[in-house]
Design a protein around this ligand. Sequence first.
Ligand SMILES: *Cc1c(COP(=O)(O)O)cnc(C)c1O
Length: 414
Amino acid sequence: MDDRGYHNGFGGAFLPEILVATFDQLDAVFRQARNDPEFWQTYENIMASYSCRPTPLTFAENLTRHFGGARIYIKREDLNHTGAHKANNVMGQGLLVRRMGKTRVIAETGAGQHGVATATMAARFGFRCTIYMGEVDVHRQRPNVFWMQRLGADVVPVRDGTRILKDAINEAFRDWVSNMDTTHYVLGTACGPHPFPEMVTYFQSIIGKEARQQVMRAENRLPDRVYACVGGGSNAMGIFSGFADEATELVGVEAAGRGLDSGQHASRLCAADASVGVAQGYKTFFLQDQDGQMKETHSIAAGLDYVGVSPILAGFKETGKARFEAVTDDEVVEAASLTIRKEGLIPALESAHAFAQAFKEAPALSRDAIILINQSGRGDKDIFTIADAFDDPGWKEFIIEKAGQYGRERSPAS
Ligand SMILES: *Cc1c(COP(=O)(O)O)cnc(C)c1O
């Protein structure tokens, strides 16, 4: 990376003049914190006492036997507080907010998971909190809205445009411009203008640091391949950073939805219809049409359903530092079911993308090969989607009734 936050030509900070000073301040405080060994220690301590870190590494004995190939290990980010790796990022940013002396945080959320994580952090640190959410998403994600409000956040439904995530992002930026002195914008993934991609990666690197030591302890060598799902790219960057200088092959797995050529997917790094552009303050691969209008994306996992992708991963694609694949909704449901049945683990549908790709490759690897899969979150939230996919008439009736009560059309994430 260079000083202006470019990663092999991707990234940067395309900002309105009024926000430049705020980003400079954030960058300076982040750099100072990163050079202060006590800061990382404080961060590790808070994650240990508040969010179950270090999260365990689980040897998937039954899946390994089932496929008859590589030895399969699973990094258990599902055991974090609020159920996913998102806690690593929000708690880290919370410490920076304190260091900057700010008292209020804002965030935008689509499926609600990042909103809940941010509201949780705000409650813990005693910050005021506002969450912007498209009005459509507010109706789809009633349980998450309920928890954000109970946690003390002000949830603002955004009625502009198509009333979904991208409209909420615009509204959050508008708020930030008017309240820069007191307020920090907690970005949810390794995207956005510099220094966010680098900063979010820094906090998520705790996953890779731990996983590296844990695999070494278990096997006395590093894994051959590491698999992670890619929405914005933060859990992938987190686990990859433990192995970035090694011979370990890094595999990022995107959502192929109903197929890469169906027009209903969320793949920016594998699909032919994604292209490089500048939007939301940074340069990367976006799902956009020829006029630069963002396209509708689709994934069975709401947390992967995003138009942009981490500029750092876009750089990895260009240099070949990581390999990118995409798996379909059907393959994901099958991989989740198998993991539940064989190991008693319930991966989030986002995470199940990484499992599905690993399962395709494991049988062809030798029995002493080692692979590591990042289970970015837990799948309890996906009950409606998974049950629906199984088409069990008894459950389906109950689920549709419940889904109707919640007014949601898909499960929460992101
Ligand atoms: C939000 C989320 C993701 C996608 O975000 P990344 O920034 O790509 O990691 C993946 N898995 C789970 C469980 C999530 O909640």
